[in-house]
Write a protein that binds this ligand. Structure first.
Ligand SMILES: *[C@@H]1O[C@H](CO)[C@@H](O)[C@H](O)[C@H]1NC(C)=O
Length: 428
């Protein structure tokens, strides 16, 4: 017991802190809170990352078939043309941001004066960020979204585990909040994601029969893409279907089908549900692994040759400052362009040490410029999404120990030099 008390005194913050929804709560190297604020509970995604997600199996928080329990209270009123959502934050633990909030939260920021306006003036379709209700309702973050973004992607709210946690039970509030905020602020939405091996519910993982899995994919996509029909610019119909060595990734989908035709099922279902949305195949490390890139491009060509409706490819672009993949980033986009689909940079961040040297900071400016320039020089590259606004809210420090500093705004929502580098790339 003495030992336990000593530990508690040595690390009082760690013992008492509760992580909020979608924050990290465990994994190798993690020293932060391991408990989650209700209704979230800690869910282990891989040995390096556990995340606070809604515990749909907890009877105390999930008693209805239409599950709407999230940390955000949402009141919905329907108007003739669109659903207007008023959102109230319950008890948020933003103790450290109060000083900057007063100076930075401004409701008079004109929309689209920032990066989105810049990239559109050069002929591209959009610039945007990932977000979700927790950050949309953060004043500092929201002001930046309104000033800079023409597009949003749900960071978590549209993932299968979030939106259909139990079979036949859909939880719409997080995704509704995101979509309504985007549409009310003249932003387009990338939907993310249907077929993915992570953040999927156990009931789905348990399916071992092709017919059952086919109908599960079809009904999920019909429900989700159907609900947002006409409101989504592009859907990541499938995500991360390759291993880094270029082989087909093991998942409930690939294991049960034992070939690629789970993609046919998913893309056709998405086309039926929302014929005007662009349908994308999204993956990461296409910039690092040549075998992955080669096989990814071939798969898209194969899908097209058998008339599977695929319109776009997403390259996530979780990059590392100074890495050799960045000088050759343009050639990655050129390879993707050979699919004759729209090429989208879907999850860009360029991480480095969480306490970077001046040299690393300078290199990051160059690297952001290089990536933006590559998109501008590739006619089929239609837009860029950065995976978060502020380093404070980035997924990177939670997953890569000691790394961070990956985004364009720092921990206090101040623009970094990388912002200017990125803008210079757009204008290059
Ligand atoms: C590719 O990587 C996966 C995951 O590590 C592995 O299971 C598979 O055997 C590898 N395939 C080849 C051809 O090396």
């Amino acid at each position: 017991m003495k030992h336990y008390i000593a530990l508690a005194l040595a690390a009082p913050v760690l013992v008492s802190a509760q992580q909020s929804m979608w924050g990290q709560c465990g994994g190798i190297g993690w020293n932060g809170p391991t408990n989650c604020n209700a209704p979230a509970s800690c869910s282990t995604l891989n040995p390096y990352y556990a995340q606070c997600l809604t515990d749909w199996n907890n009877p105390a928080t999930s008693t209805t078939t239409s599950r709407t329990t999230t940390p955000v209270t949402t009141t919905t009123t329907t108007t003739s043309s669109r659903t207007t959502t008023t959102t109230t934050t319950t008890s948020r633990t933003t103790t450290t941001t109060t000083t900057t909030t007063t100076t930075r939260t401004t409701t008079s920021v004109p929309q689209g004066t920032g990066l989105n306006a810049a990239i559109r003036s050069k002929g591209k379709k959009y610039f945007g960020f990932c977000s979700d209700s927790n950050l949309i309702n953060n004043g500092d973050n929201q002001a930046i979204l309104k000033a800079e973004a023409g597009q949003l992607t749900g960071e978590n709210s549209m993932k299968w585990e979030s939106i259909q946690p139990n079979q036949g039970s859909y939880s719409w509030s997080g995704a509704d909040t995101l979509v309504n905020f985007a549409l009310n602020n003249n932003m387009i939405v990338r939907g993310h994601t249907f077929v993915w091996h992570q953040q999927i519910p156990q009931w789905l993982k348990n399916i071992n029969n092709k017919q059952t899995l086919t109908s599960a994919i079809q009904s999920h996509i019909a429900a989700v893409a159907g609900r947002y029909k006409g409101k989504i610019y592009a859907w990541d119909v499938a995500n991360e279907v390759f291993e880094d060595n270029g082989s087909r990734r093991s998942s409930v989908f690939s294991n049960v089908f034992n070939d690629w035709t789970f993609l046919d099922v998913a893309f056709n279902a998405a086309k039926a549900a929302d014929p005007d949305a662009k349908l994308c195949l999204n993956d990461y490390n296409l910039d690092y692994s040549s075998s992955k890139l080669t096989n990814f491009v071939q798969l898209v060509k194969d899908l097209k040759s058998r008339n599977v409706p695929i319109d776009c490819v997403g390259t996530q672009s979780h990059l590392v400052v100074g890495n050799g993949a960045i000088p050759s980033y343009k050639s990655t986009l050129d390879s993707l362009a050979t699919t004759n689909t729209e090429v989208q940079i879907t999850e860009l961040d360029i991480r480095t040490s969480s306490s970077p040297s001046q040299q690393q900071m300078n290199q990051q400016v160059t690297d952001y410029k290089t990536v933006a320039t590559a998109c501008m020089r590739t006619s089929s590259c239609s837009g860029i999404t950065i995976w978060g606004v502020s380093d404070r809210d980035s997924w990177v420090p939670g997953v890569f120990n000691g790394e961070g500093y990956a985004l364009l705004w720092d921990n206090n929502y101040r623009k970094k030099s990388a912002y200017q580098g990125f803008l210079d790339g757009i204008n290059s």
